[in-house]
Write a protein that binds this ligand. Structure first.
Ligand SMILES: Nc1ncnc2c1ncn2[C@@H]1O[C@H](COP(=O)(O)OP(=O)(O)OP(=O)(O)O)[C@@H](O)[C@H]1O
Ligand SMILES: [Mg+2]
Length: 276
């Protein structure tokens, strides 16, 4: 677990979100976090998805993590729960990943969220817990579930920045408007701190790339939010997820690692301009 630090600034909180399934939320959340942590920043990843895919990657296959210890479920069932009891070191196999902590999820999270629907101030549950540790980290990355559930609402409420991967399937574009409306609703005004980036980018698919670019540019709210960084279409990403390892620990020579590093740097620059 992160040592209590004398950091003055609270962590920058990113929510990786797309209501479409399979757009690249988990691969981005896990590999971006590792890239940031290996650059020397202290980070925390939160698995906010009952599918527990980032738990498989950062707790090496322990998808049903409630068997082993506390999870995000505890945060949503007990307002007085000490969040530190759910924080574990992020793992790559049997190796602790330097500078990176993790809050696992569990398939039972879906039921837990249903029960939390009647709570008052239910959009602030995660925010209230994170206040206790936010100044101990440089960054916090929340891996959201597909769809727009209560946990995603909580992620929007607490996030400083929402990061939206868009993959080659055009369905992810049609859902963006719905997600933007949800972000506005939770934020109670137009939500501005988000960015969109291309995932599974294949430079040789020019027609598809032009189509997606045009679609993104048609959206007034999105046209200035498109990042330069793109994550290439790379099978080592798929293989590393199947092996339940972050990409860096699965294939150190993978070219896609450069893309995640570049994304980390671009977000850092963006973060500085948002503060300025
Ligand atoms: N850049 C990429 N190149 C090739 N495959 C990718 C890439 N990014 C993600 N994938 C693969 O696509 C699938 C979906 O990715 P991922 O799990 O990151 O999406 P997700 O948005 O988290 O999905 P869900 O909505 O189910 O949570 C996975 O098999 C993953 O390995
Ligand atoms: Mg996922």
């Amino acid at each position: 677990m992160a040592p209590v630090s004398s950091r003055q600034q609270k962590a920058k909180i990113y929510a990786v979100m797309n209501n479409k399934g399979g757009a690249g939320k988990t691969s981005t959340a896990t590999n971006l976090a590792v890239a940031m942590a290996l650059s020397g920043k202290q980070g925390l990843v939160i698995d906010s998805d009952q599918q527990a895919n980032s738990t498989e990657v950062l707790a090496h296959g322990k998808k049903y993590y409630a068997q082993y210890g506390n999870t995000i479920c505890n945060l949503y069932t007990d307002a007085r729960f000490d969040i530190r009891k759910a924080i574990i070191p992020a793992m790559a196999g049997e190796t602790e990943i330097p500078n990176l902590d993790f809050i696992p999820s569990d398939p039972s999270f879906e039921k837990v969220l249903e029960q939390a629907l009647t709570r008052s101030h239910r959009e602030k549950i995660l925010h209230r817990h994170l206040q206790a540790v936010a100044d101990e980290y440089d960054f916090i990355i929340i891996d959201c579930a597909p769809g727009l559930n209560l946990a995603t609402g909580n992620a929007i409420y607490v996030a400083d920045h929402v990061l939206v991967p868009v993959d080659a399937g055009s369905f992810s574009l049609s859902g963006l408007e719905v997600m933007l409306d949800f972000m506005d609703e939770i934020n109670e005004e137009e939500f501005k701190n988000f960015s969109v980036f291309r995932n599974e980018y294949n430079a040789s698919k020019k027609i598809m790339n032009n189509f997606i670019q045009d679609e993104l540019m048609k959206h007034k709210r999105i046209q200035n939010r498109l990042l330069e960084s793109r994550i290439r279409d790379d099978q080592t990403i798929v293989q590393s997820q199947v092996a339940c390892l972050p990409l860096f620990y699965y294939a150190k020579s993978s070219l896609a690692l450069n893309d995640y590093r570049k994304l980390a740097r671009e977000l850092e620059t963006l973060s500085q301009s948002e503060v300025a």
